[in-house]
Design a protein around this ligand. Structure first.
Ligand code: C2O
Length: 535
């Protein structure tokens, strides 16, 4: 194992998309940012230097960070932000993981342009559990706003209403074909006939789940969120913000230019998204024309059957070498409602504001990082009374209750070291049912069951898949439905869990787990690094 050193200069950069130019926050002037390459067991050191006017922090999304929560990155959860002019070295070791993940800013809405890929190769000499592709490419999906995204969210918070949506999606930084804007060139994936390509598809999008499709080519899915899955063929994949999917594409069409497209999946009756579908090109070398010889259109925005079909096809590889270690018994069985609420706001447009809530608690960001407060026993920063069940039960996916209000708090749910945990994440129909890609920091979990309507604790667990459920770090809670996850609390520290739609996180659809130290020699949070930023 090696030490990999990276330097991330956070700098502004003038960038032109959709025929207009604006100054964006970037790492090293790049959008998307640089790729981190490492192997399983390597130690990664990333020195982040903040040259912009915003506070910054970077999260290594999906990296387990065993005992090193100090390097996890969410601002005010595991660290204070890196202030303008300051720097911080993220120092972590990659343990028991290989595959594709992503890094991104974890403060304000800076993730919109501050993100990039993490490629973790298997240990030297260890092959992939599938035929080695001839070539590999990173494909990052994201969103582009013509306006300043900090203005967008600040105005929304002031008015109490929902923010605008982006103007376009992007594939490796480009929207692709744009009507009335002829000088935009999209990303081109050049392929040689007869070769195979592994695409490491990553979604860093802010507020939308995305369908991804390539004209005339099927994709073989081999991995999600840096865990191997049973390979299957599909023509559409679904990637939610924070998720990654490795697919293998055979360049078996001989010649031509094939359109690649990414567009919104949003299964809710109230939001009609009309931002631009991102396009790219899969181009066979030797083909003269670069105008697409075959087009494709992604499924419609509300194509729930397509989304379900993809999600239900995901199963852990569960081989002898990569067994699915699903907890078969649970020490803590929790039910969390995830959704919106409406709280009074005299200064807002309607006298009220939309907020997010988990078990009716709207999470209030502290001003001291929670992990610091925990480690140094600083009183008054958080409480550990996060409810393990909804405080009032109601028909979650039916008619909303009369009282739509949530309560505010910085509440953590405390777990003993090594406890096995089941969390049923139940969407609510308050305002409207909606998809929520929920991300848990510090762990992978198994997605053991999902369904529509309200979770039934008597009958639904009988149908759980405890043999080969997909293992991931971000799971889509279906609109008007639920998903059940299981994990082992083997990582002491404070771990954020939130909806990875940035607007929902901002609104408070987030909470954190506090995992106690164990008694063994390697079961406690390591001491913080010397350069840990101060608040
Ligand atoms: Cu990728 Cu807390 O986020």
């Amino acid at each position: 194992c090696r030490v990999r050193n990276y330097k991330f200069n956070v700098v502004m950069k003038n960038t032109t998309r959709l025929c207009s130019t604006k100054s964006i926050v970037t790492v090293n002037g790049k959008f998307p940012g640089p790729t981190i390459y490492a192997r399983e067991d390597d130690t990664v050191l990333v020195k982040v230097v903040n040259h912009v006017k915003y506070n910054v922090s970077i999260h290594w999304h999906g990296i387990r960070q065993l005992r090193t929560g100090w390097a996890d990155g969410p601002a005010y959860i595991t660290q204070c932000p890196i202030q303008p002019g300051q720097s911080y070295i993220y120092n972590f070791t990659i343990t028991g993981q290989r595959g594709t993940l992503l890094w991104h800013a974890h403060i304000l809405w800076l993730r919109v342009t501050v993100h990039g890929a993490i490629v973790i190769l298997p240990k030297l000499g260890v092959p992939y559990p599938y035929p080695k592709p001839d070539h590999e490419r990173v494909v990052i999906l994201a969103e582009w706003w013509k306006s300043d995204t900090e203005d967008v969210i600040n105005e929304a918070l002031k008015s109490g209403l929902a923010p605008n949506v982006s103007d376009a999606h992007t594939i490796n930084g480009f929207p692709g074909l744009v009507p009335n804007c002829s000088n935009t060139k999209g990303f081109t994936l050049n392929v040689k006939p007869g070769k195979t390509y592994m695409l490491r598809v990553i979604s860093a999008a802010l507020n939308e789940e995305l369908f991804f499709k390539i004209a005339g080519h099927k994709m073989t899915v081999v991995e999600v969120d840096a865990t191997y899955v049973k390979p299957f063929k599909t023509d559409t994949i679904l990637v939610a913000p924070g998720q990654t999917t490795n697919v293998i594409v055979a360049a078996d069409q001989g010649a031509g230019s094939y359109l690649v497209a990414a567009a919104t999946f949003m299964d809710t009756p109230v939001v009609a998204i009309d931002n631009l579908t991102a396009t790219a090109m899969l181009h066979y070398t030797g083909t003269l024309s670069s105008t697409p010889t075959m087009l494709t259109s992604p499924p419609p925005q509300n194509a729930t059957p397509v989304a379900n079909n993809f999600t239900n096809s995901l199963k852990s590889l569960n081989s002898r070498k990569y067994p699915a270690q699903v907890p078969l018994t649970v020490d803590r069985s929790l039910l969390f409602t995830v959704g919106l609420a409406v709280n009074p706001c005299p200064s807002c447009k309607n006298g009220s504001r939309v907020v997010g809530a988990v078990n009716n608690v709207t999470f209030i960001m502290p001003t001291t990082a929670l992990l610091q407060a925990h480690y140094f026993k600083i009183k008054g920063v958080f409480t550990t009374n996060f409810p393990g069940n909804p405080p009032i039960s109601f028909n979650y996916t039916g008619n909303p209750p009369k009282n739509l209000q949530s309560t505010n708090g910085t509440k953590l749910y405390r777990l003993p070291y090594n406890a096995t945990v089941q969390v049923v994440l139940q969407d609510t129909g308050i305002i409207a049912p909606e998809n929520h890609p929920v991300h848990l920091h510090g762990f992978n979990f198994f997605s053991v069951g999902r369904g529509v309507g309200n979770f039934n604790p008597k009958t639904d667990p009988k149908k759980f898949n405890l043999v080969d459920p997909v293992e991931r770090n971000t799971v889509g809670v279906p609109s008007g439905g639920w998903v059940a996850i299981r994990f082992r609390a083997d990582n002491p520290g404070v771990w954020f869990m939130h909806c990875h739609l940035e607007v929902h996180t901002t609104w408070g659809l987030k909470m954190a787990f506090l995992v106690d130290n164990g008694k063994g020699p390697n079961e406690s949070v390591l001491p913080p690094p010397k350069d840990l930023p101060k608040c």
